[in-house]
Design a protein around this ligand. Sequence first.
Ligand SMILES: NC(=O)c1ccc[n+]([C@@H]2O[C@H](COP(=O)([O-])OP(=O)(O)OC[C@H]3O[C@@H](n4cnc5c(N)ncnc54)[C@H](O)[C@@H]3O)[C@@H](O)[C@H]2O)c1
Ligand SMILES: [Zn+2]
Length: 400
Amino acid sequence: MLDPERSIAWTDAALQSFAVRFEYPIYFTRHAFDPANPCLRQAIARLEPDKRHRLAVFVDDGVLLACPDLPASILRYARKQPASLEVAGDIVAVPGGEAVKNQHDCVEHVLRELSARRIDRQSCVMTVGGGAVLDAVGFAAAIFHRGVRHIRCPTTVLSQDDSGVGVKNGINAFGCKNLLGAFSPPFAVINDSAFLDALPDRDKRAGMAEAVKVALIRDAEFFGWLEQEADALARFAPNALDALVRRCALLHLRQITQGGDPFETGSARPLDYGHWSAHKLEMLTRNALRHGEAVAIGVALDARYSVLARLLREGDDARIGRLLRKLGFRLWDEALELRDAGGRRRVLAGLADFQEHLGGELTITLLEEIGRGVEVHDMDEALIEQAIRWLRTFSTARTH
Ligand SMILES: NC(=O)c1ccc[n+]([C@@H]2O[C@H](COP(=O)([O-])OP(=O)(O)OC[C@H]3O[C@@H](n4cnc5c(N)ncnc54)[C@H](O)[C@@H]3O)[C@@H](O)[C@H]2O)c1
Ligand SMILES: [Zn+2]
């Protein structure tokens, strides 16, 4: 169509198209900062093997408390590899847990430290910490110089089996979880199982909820394995925990690398089964519930809902709930009872938040069988109400 006065085609858009390939290694290792361990050296040198790389290091203060020798180990590691790496400036402690994602000056602080160290796009940022610290420092790394290399060393079960291996970073803002952030694949991920030894039981358990979740939507055999190993996992037996972390991480990665939508441009969040209520519960409890603890509740709630919606076989909901309880999760929190001024349960607002995050049609993953998720575009509030009541009873019922 032409503008008659200027003879310019109004609709003459020159569509541009290009693809960018992302690659990053995930190491499963133990004692990453033992000078004999090659993982970090290999990770840093993987694009320019003959260059000496500068490394800015950030460590979760909870990890520092549990592993006070860590900074000395990192510095010793670097000293033993003078040809390939150099730690730039002091190692920086970052507040651990959700606080780092709620206080925006933390991101600014990280950016200032990167600037002071003159970190460039061939230098590396390395973060050792839980999912919250990885998310916040990862966000800073993603926007500094429009994105610098970020090596993640996740130190919790949840960050090793889920958040730390993926492509998202972010912080909370205006009362909404992960409102600000960036899709930015890491340069490398080093999953060091020795960090899990230092982790409080509560955090060891929390990360298992993501394994139950991903098994439910993608892998029935893994779900069977979780049931079989539930006693060992509930005791945090290291071999069982290592196997859970590895399998869960690889399932998440399969979705990201082969699912066709790594940067979530569509309306679906296929890995977020059980998360619409979980994210809301985290906010409603002001993070008294850990992410994984809230996910366990959300997973059980949506399992019951799936039965009520006639998608999932009756009895599978109780089977899922039994596994979660056997792993030590509490499937009830009083925040589920909170109501707004109109008497509506506040957790229900999680559905709208979920939709808003992606835009487009509401898309929620439910279950059509154990091991297979199914997307729906509507949830019936009356059925959610019934599912919440069921959960309240189930959470304290004798299960065997
Ligand atoms: N980016 C993503 O794709 C993604 C996915 C899922 C979850 N997340 C985010 O991850 C966060 C939760 O992460 P998390 O479960 O790892 O918990 P966390 O980062 O909140 O850490 C929990 C606590 O454990 C401490 N800690 C960490 N490692 C330790 C260790 N080895 N020994 C002793 N203490 C240690 C921390 O200091 C903190 O106090 C949430 O903010 C959630 O939104 C992000
Ligand atoms: Zn999650």
